[in-house]
Design a protein around this ligand. Structure first.
Ligand SMILES: [Zn+2]
Ligand SMILES: [Zn+2]
Length: 136
């Protein structure tokens, strides 16, 4: 991969946050200090970094892909209401790769697992809406 200062900036910004930003969120994060950068560059660099395994791409069922500068082994839980994505670190996970192996001709070496639910903030605002009634 050819060295690019912009790619360094993108990687640095991604590694300094745990918010799992989308390409557009990351773009607004770095734009003030890097006015020359374009959204197209951010998309392209994120794709290349993900393809080289230097960052993780989180592909949720709905909404745009999110990115993570932390490539250590962990899982993600996504709020289906607001898209907030949090890290889940656990050693207490069944070896699903081993379970999947031997069931088909594909030698399974990794698994993409994403947990979905509703975050605390969204649960609380849902509760508010129920208590106060729908705004008319
Ligand atoms: Zn939420
Ligand atoms: Zn993560």
């Amino acid at each position: 991969m050819i060295y690019s200062r912009q790619r360094e900036v993108i990687l640095g910004a991604l590694r300094s946050t745990r918010s799992h930003p989308t390409a557009e969120e990351l773009y607004s994060m770095i734009k003030p200090e890097n006015p020359g950068i374009s959204l197209a560059t951010v998309y392209r660099d994120l794709n290349q970094l993900a393809a080289h395994g230097m960052i993780l791409r989180i592909h949720a069922k709905s909404g745009p892909d999110r990115f993570d500068g932390n490539t250590s082994e962990h899982y993600h839980a996504v709020c289906s209401e607001c898209g907030r994505t949090v890290d889940i670190f656990t050693d207490d996970m069944p070896d699903v790769c081993a379970a999947a192996n031997g069931q088909d001709e594909i030698q399974v070496s990794s698994v993409l697992m994403l947990f979905a639910g509703v975050c605390k903030q969204c649960r609380e605002s849902q509760q508010d809406t129920i208590l106060k009634g729908e705004p008319s």
